[in-house]
Design a protein around this ligand. Structure first.
Ligand code: DP6
Length: 324
Protein backbone atom coordinates (compact mmCIF):
# COMPACT_ATOMS: atom_id res chain seq x y z
CA UNK A 1 0.00 0.00 0.00
CA UNK A 2 1.29 3.48 -0.83
CA UNK A 3 1.39 6.55 1.40
CA UNK A 4 -1.92 8.23 2.13
CA UNK A 5 -1.85 11.84 3.22
CA UNK A 6 -4.44 14.53 3.95
CA UNK A 7 -4.41 17.91 5.68
CA UNK A 8 -7.21 19.75 7.46
CA UNK A 9 -7.72 22.86 9.54
CA UNK A 10 -10.14 23.66 12.34
CA UNK A 11 -10.75 26.58 14.69
CA UNK A 12 -11.08 26.52 18.46
CA UNK A 13 -14.45 27.47 19.92
CA UNK A 14 -15.68 29.40 22.95
CA UNK A 15 -18.56 27.84 24.86
CA UNK A 16 -21.52 30.07 25.76
CA UNK A 17 -23.20 27.21 27.63
CA UNK A 18 -20.46 25.02 29.08
CA UNK A 19 -19.62 21.33 28.97
CA UNK A 20 -18.51 20.26 32.46
CA UNK A 21 -18.88 16.64 33.51
CA UNK A 22 -19.42 13.36 31.68
CA UNK A 23 -22.15 10.76 31.80
CA UNK A 24 -19.64 8.38 30.17
CA UNK A 25 -16.04 9.42 30.76
CA UNK A 26 -14.36 7.03 28.29
CA UNK A 27 -16.70 8.01 25.44
CA UNK A 28 -16.95 11.67 26.47
CA UNK A 29 -20.75 11.65 26.56
CA UNK A 30 -21.52 14.87 28.46
CA UNK A 31 -24.05 15.31 31.27
CA UNK A 32 -25.47 18.38 29.53
CA UNK A 33 -25.64 19.93 26.08
CA UNK A 34 -23.51 22.96 25.23
CA UNK A 35 -23.46 25.85 22.75
CA UNK A 36 -20.41 27.59 21.33
CA UNK A 37 -19.03 29.91 18.66
CA UNK A 38 -16.07 28.96 16.49
CA UNK A 39 -13.20 31.45 16.57
CA UNK A 40 -12.30 32.75 13.13
CA UNK A 41 -8.66 33.36 12.20
CA UNK A 42 -7.34 31.05 14.92
CA UNK A 43 -6.71 27.50 13.77
CA UNK A 44 -4.85 24.24 14.03
CA UNK A 45 -3.56 22.79 10.77
CA UNK A 46 -2.91 19.07 10.84
CA UNK A 47 -1.42 16.71 8.29
CA UNK A 48 -1.95 12.96 8.70
CA UNK A 49 0.10 10.56 6.64
CA UNK A 50 -0.35 6.77 6.93
CA UNK A 51 2.99 5.23 5.98
CA UNK A 52 4.08 1.59 5.52
CA UNK A 53 7.56 2.41 6.85
CA UNK A 54 6.35 3.51 10.30
CA UNK A 55 6.40 1.07 13.24
CA UNK A 56 4.60 3.47 15.60
CA UNK A 57 2.40 6.56 15.31
CA UNK A 58 4.36 9.80 15.47
CA UNK A 59 3.09 13.18 16.65
CA UNK A 60 4.73 16.57 16.14
CA UNK A 61 3.01 19.68 17.55
CA UNK A 62 4.43 23.11 16.71
CA UNK A 63 7.72 21.49 15.73
CA UNK A 64 8.10 19.42 18.92
CA UNK A 65 7.77 15.64 19.01
CA UNK A 66 5.08 14.55 21.49
CA UNK A 67 5.13 11.15 23.21
CA UNK A 68 3.33 9.61 26.22
CA UNK A 69 -0.25 10.61 27.06
CA UNK A 70 -0.51 13.17 24.26
CA UNK A 71 0.46 10.61 21.64
CA UNK A 72 -1.80 7.93 23.18
CA UNK A 73 -4.79 10.26 22.91
CA UNK A 74 -4.09 10.79 19.19
CA UNK A 75 -3.37 7.08 18.56
CA UNK A 76 -6.75 6.18 20.08
CA UNK A 77 -8.44 8.31 17.39
CA UNK A 78 -6.21 6.85 14.68
CA UNK A 79 -7.15 3.34 15.90
CA UNK A 80 -10.86 4.10 15.35
CA UNK A 81 -10.06 5.36 11.85
CA UNK A 82 -7.82 2.36 11.05
CA UNK A 83 -10.52 -0.03 12.15
CA UNK A 84 -13.23 1.72 10.11
CA UNK A 85 -11.02 1.84 7.00
CA UNK A 86 -9.60 -1.65 7.43
CA UNK A 87 -5.99 -0.48 7.34
CA UNK A 88 -3.12 -1.31 9.61
CA UNK A 89 -0.63 1.45 8.82
CA UNK A 90 0.88 3.74 11.47
CA UNK A 91 0.67 7.47 10.87
CA UNK A 92 2.77 10.58 11.13
CA UNK A 93 0.69 13.48 12.50
CA UNK A 94 2.07 16.99 12.13
CA UNK A 95 0.10 19.79 13.75
CA UNK A 96 0.62 23.56 13.98
CA UNK A 97 -1.40 26.16 15.89
CA UNK A 98 -1.37 29.78 14.76
CA UNK A 99 -2.33 30.90 18.28
CA UNK A 100 0.00 30.79 21.28
CA UNK A 101 -0.21 27.68 23.45
CA UNK A 102 -1.15 28.72 26.95
CA UNK A 103 -3.05 31.71 25.58
CA UNK A 104 -6.10 30.40 27.36
CA UNK A 105 -7.63 29.14 24.18
CA UNK A 106 -8.14 25.41 24.41
CA UNK A 107 -6.11 23.92 21.57
CA UNK A 108 -7.57 20.43 22.03
CA UNK A 109 -10.89 21.37 20.37
CA UNK A 110 -9.29 22.64 17.17
CA UNK A 111 -6.67 19.87 17.28
CA UNK A 112 -9.08 16.92 17.46
CA UNK A 113 -11.50 18.43 14.95
CA UNK A 114 -8.65 18.85 12.44
CA UNK A 115 -7.30 15.38 13.28
CA UNK A 116 -10.70 13.71 12.74
CA UNK A 117 -11.05 15.28 9.30
CA UNK A 118 -7.45 14.76 8.15
CA UNK A 119 -7.18 11.18 9.45
CA UNK A 120 -10.44 9.94 7.90
CA UNK A 121 -9.61 11.60 4.59
CA UNK A 122 -6.07 10.15 4.59
CA UNK A 123 -7.57 6.70 5.25
CA UNK A 124 -9.92 7.06 2.30
CA UNK A 125 -13.09 7.53 4.35
CA UNK A 126 -15.57 10.24 3.29
CA UNK A 127 -17.40 10.75 6.57
CA UNK A 128 -20.37 13.04 7.14
CA UNK A 129 -20.12 16.10 9.39
CA UNK A 130 -22.03 14.17 12.05
CA UNK A 131 -19.65 11.19 11.92
CA UNK A 132 -16.65 13.53 12.09
CA UNK A 133 -18.14 15.38 15.05
CA UNK A 134 -18.61 12.05 16.88
CA UNK A 135 -15.00 11.06 16.15
CA UNK A 136 -13.60 14.45 17.24
CA UNK A 137 -15.62 14.16 20.48
CA UNK A 138 -13.81 10.93 21.36
CA UNK A 139 -10.52 12.90 21.38
CA UNK A 140 -11.78 15.96 23.26
CA UNK A 141 -15.42 16.64 24.06
CA UNK A 142 -15.43 20.27 22.97
CA UNK A 143 -13.76 19.27 19.66
CA UNK A 144 -17.11 17.95 18.39
CA UNK A 145 -18.24 21.61 18.34
CA UNK A 146 -15.30 22.66 16.12
CA UNK A 147 -16.43 20.40 13.25
CA UNK A 148 -19.58 22.31 12.14
CA UNK A 149 -19.36 26.06 11.37
CA UNK A 150 -20.47 29.25 13.09
CA UNK A 151 -22.72 28.94 16.15
CA UNK A 152 -22.89 25.33 17.22
CA UNK A 153 -24.88 23.15 19.63
CA UNK A 154 -23.62 19.81 20.99
CA UNK A 155 -26.61 17.51 21.38
CA UNK A 156 -25.51 15.46 24.39
CA UNK A 157 -27.21 12.19 23.46
CA UNK A 158 -26.79 9.07 25.54
CA UNK A 159 -24.63 6.83 23.34
CA UNK A 160 -21.66 7.19 21.01
CA UNK A 161 -23.78 7.56 17.87
CA UNK A 162 -26.13 10.27 19.15
CA UNK A 163 -23.68 12.62 20.87
CA UNK A 164 -22.53 15.17 18.27
CA UNK A 165 -22.69 18.84 17.35
CA UNK A 166 -24.70 20.73 14.73
CA UNK A 167 -24.56 24.27 13.41
CA UNK A 168 -27.49 26.40 14.61
CA UNK A 169 -26.44 29.52 12.64
CA UNK A 170 -23.67 30.28 10.12
CA UNK A 171 -20.76 32.62 11.05
CA UNK A 172 -22.23 35.56 9.12
CA UNK A 173 -25.47 35.32 11.14
CA UNK A 174 -24.17 37.70 13.82
CA UNK A 175 -21.09 39.96 14.06
CA UNK A 176 -20.12 38.97 17.61
CA UNK A 177 -16.42 39.29 18.41
CA UNK A 178 -14.53 37.44 21.13
CA UNK A 179 -11.86 39.64 22.73
CA UNK A 180 -9.73 37.23 24.76
CA UNK A 181 -8.08 39.02 27.67
CA UNK A 182 -4.88 37.14 28.41
CA UNK A 183 -4.07 37.15 32.09
CA UNK A 184 -0.55 36.13 32.99
CA UNK A 185 -0.63 33.15 35.29
CA UNK A 186 2.34 31.22 36.56
CA UNK A 187 0.57 28.24 38.08
CA UNK A 188 -0.03 24.87 36.44
CA UNK A 189 -3.74 24.23 36.14
CA UNK A 190 -5.78 21.02 36.29
CA UNK A 191 -6.64 19.91 32.77
CA UNK A 192 -10.24 19.63 31.58
CA UNK A 193 -10.20 15.83 31.44
CA UNK A 194 -9.38 15.57 35.18
CA UNK A 195 -11.79 18.43 35.86
CA UNK A 196 -14.74 16.67 34.22
CA UNK A 197 -14.09 13.66 36.47
CA UNK A 198 -14.29 15.89 39.57
CA UNK A 199 -17.54 17.61 38.56
CA UNK A 200 -19.86 15.07 40.29
CA UNK A 201 -18.02 15.61 43.61
CA UNK A 202 -19.58 19.07 43.86
CA UNK A 203 -23.10 19.10 45.39
CA UNK A 204 -23.83 22.03 43.05
CA UNK A 205 -23.29 20.00 39.88
CA UNK A 206 -26.71 18.30 40.00
CA UNK A 207 -28.46 21.68 40.15
CA UNK A 208 -26.30 23.05 37.31
CA UNK A 209 -27.10 20.05 35.12
CA UNK A 210 -30.83 20.02 35.95
CA UNK A 211 -31.12 23.66 34.89
CA UNK A 212 -29.07 23.22 31.68
CA UNK A 213 -31.99 22.67 29.25
CA UNK A 214 -33.46 26.02 30.33
CA UNK A 215 -30.17 27.86 29.79
CA UNK A 216 -29.65 26.11 26.44
CA UNK A 217 -33.10 27.25 25.27
CA UNK A 218 -32.46 30.85 26.29
CA UNK A 219 -29.01 30.83 24.68
CA UNK A 220 -30.18 29.23 21.40
CA UNK A 221 -33.09 31.67 21.13
CA UNK A 222 -30.87 34.67 21.94
CA UNK A 223 -28.44 33.68 19.17
CA UNK A 224 -31.21 33.11 16.62
CA UNK A 225 -32.86 36.46 17.53
CA UNK A 226 -29.50 38.28 17.83
CA UNK A 227 -30.63 39.39 21.30
CA UNK A 228 -27.37 40.61 22.85
CA UNK A 229 -28.76 41.40 26.31
CA UNK A 230 -30.42 38.00 26.68
CA UNK A 231 -27.24 36.25 25.53
CA UNK A 232 -25.09 38.33 27.90
CA UNK A 233 -27.20 37.40 30.91
CA UNK A 234 -27.34 33.66 30.26
CA UNK A 235 -23.69 33.27 29.24
CA UNK A 236 -22.30 35.03 32.31
CA UNK A 237 -24.68 33.07 34.53
CA UNK A 238 -23.65 29.76 32.94
CA UNK A 239 -19.93 30.54 33.29
CA UNK A 240 -20.40 31.55 36.94
CA UNK A 241 -22.34 28.33 37.60
CA UNK A 242 -19.60 26.16 36.11
CA UNK A 243 -16.95 27.93 38.20
CA UNK A 244 -19.12 27.51 41.31
CA UNK A 245 -19.08 23.75 40.61
CA UNK A 246 -15.31 23.81 40.04
CA UNK A 247 -14.65 25.74 43.26
CA UNK A 248 -16.81 23.35 45.29
CA UNK A 249 -15.56 20.06 43.86
CA UNK A 250 -13.23 17.85 45.90
CA UNK A 251 -10.42 18.70 45.46
CA UNK A 252 -11.51 22.25 44.69
CA UNK A 253 -10.51 23.80 41.39
CA UNK A 254 -9.89 27.55 41.38
CA UNK A 255 -9.08 28.73 37.88
CA UNK A 256 -9.55 32.45 38.50
CA UNK A 257 -6.62 34.76 39.20
CA UNK A 258 -7.02 38.24 40.73
CA UNK A 259 -6.85 39.75 37.24
CA UNK A 260 -9.67 37.42 36.11
CA UNK A 261 -11.95 39.10 38.65
CA UNK A 262 -10.66 42.53 37.65
CA UNK A 263 -11.75 41.89 34.06
CA UNK A 264 -15.12 40.36 35.03
CA UNK A 265 -15.83 43.35 37.27
CA UNK A 266 -14.87 45.85 34.56
CA UNK A 267 -17.05 44.07 31.98
CA UNK A 268 -20.09 44.26 34.26
CA UNK A 269 -19.43 47.97 34.92
CA UNK A 270 -18.97 48.76 31.20
CA UNK A 271 -22.22 46.98 30.38
CA UNK A 272 -24.12 48.95 32.99
CA UNK A 273 -22.74 52.09 31.27
CA UNK A 274 -24.22 50.92 27.95
CA UNK A 275 -21.29 49.13 26.27
CA UNK A 276 -22.40 45.77 24.75
CA UNK A 277 -20.04 43.32 26.50
CA UNK A 278 -20.24 40.10 28.47
CA UNK A 279 -17.68 37.65 29.79
CA UNK A 280 -17.19 33.91 29.94
CA UNK A 281 -14.28 31.98 31.46
CA UNK A 282 -13.14 28.41 30.67
CA UNK A 283 -10.84 26.12 32.68
CA UNK A 284 -8.16 28.77 33.02
CA UNK A 285 -7.67 32.37 34.17
CA UNK A 286 -8.21 34.20 30.86
CA UNK A 287 -11.45 36.04 30.19
CA UNK A 288 -13.33 35.84 26.91
CA UNK A 289 -15.09 39.18 26.46
CA UNK A 290 -17.77 39.12 23.79
CA UNK A 291 -18.91 42.29 22.04
CA UNK A 292 -20.31 43.46 18.69
CA UNK A 293 -17.79 44.13 15.90
CA UNK A 294 -18.36 47.91 15.94
CA UNK A 295 -17.05 48.00 19.52
CA UNK A 296 -13.97 45.77 19.06
CA UNK A 297 -11.41 48.59 19.15
CA UNK A 298 -13.04 50.24 22.16
CA UNK A 299 -13.28 46.98 24.12
CA UNK A 300 -9.75 45.88 23.19
CA UNK A 301 -8.28 49.23 24.30
CA UNK A 302 -10.18 49.15 27.58
CA UNK A 303 -9.08 45.57 28.28
CA UNK A 304 -5.42 46.34 27.55
CA UNK A 305 -5.54 49.20 30.04
CA UNK A 306 -6.62 46.91 32.90
CA UNK A 307 -3.95 45.80 35.38
CA UNK A 308 -2.91 42.18 34.84
CA UNK A 309 -4.03 41.94 31.21
CA UNK A 310 -0.94 41.17 29.13
CA UNK A 311 -2.53 40.81 25.70
CA UNK A 312 -5.88 40.68 23.88
CA UNK A 313 -6.67 38.38 20.94
CA UNK A 314 -9.79 38.99 18.84
CA UNK A 315 -11.88 36.60 16.75
CA UNK A 316 -15.25 36.80 15.04
CA UNK A 317 -17.43 33.73 14.38
CA UNK A 318 -15.54 31.15 12.34
CA UNK A 319 -16.37 28.47 9.81
CA UNK A 320 -16.31 24.67 9.97
CA UNK A 321 -13.35 22.31 9.94
CA UNK A 322 -12.19 21.94 6.36
CA UNK A 323 -9.72 20.07 4.20
CA UNK A 324 -6.72 21.97 2.91
C1 DP6 B 1 -14.41 24.53 30.39
O1 DP6 B 1 -13.39 19.47 25.81
O2 DP6 B 1 -11.34 20.40 26.92
O3 DP6 B 1 -13.79 24.57 28.09
O4 DP6 B 1 -12.98 16.21 26.63
O5 DP6 B 1 -11.38 16.25 28.51
O6 DP6 B 1 -10.75 17.31 26.32
P1 DP6 B 1 -11.86 16.96 27.29
O7 DP6 B 1 -12.44 18.33 27.83
P2 DP6 B 1 -12.64 19.69 27.05
O8 DP6 B 1 -13.57 20.49 28.08
C2 DP6 B 1 -14.00 21.79 27.83
C3 DP6 B 1 -14.34 22.45 29.11
C4 DP6 B 1 -14.65 23.92 29.01
C5 DP6 B 1 -16.12 24.17 28.64
C6 DP6 B 1 -16.50 23.97 27.20
O9 DP6 B 1 -15.69 24.21 26.28
O10 DP6 B 1 -17.67 23.61 26.98
Amino acid sequence: MTTHTAAAQASPNIAFIKYWGNANHALRIPVNGSISMNLDGLFTRTTVSFQPALALDELVINGHEVTGKGLERVSAILDIVRQAAGINLRAEVISENNFPTGAGIASSAAAFAALALAATQAAGLAWSERELSILARRGSGSACRSVPGGFVEWLPGSANEDSYAVSIAPPEHWDLVDCVAIVSAGHKRTGSTEGHALAPTSPLQAARVADAPRRLDICRRAILARDFDALAAVVEHDSDMMHAVMMTSQPALFYWQPATLTVMDAVRAWRSQGLPVFYTVDAGPNVHVLTLSAYTTEVTQRLRALPGVSDVLTAKAGGPARLM
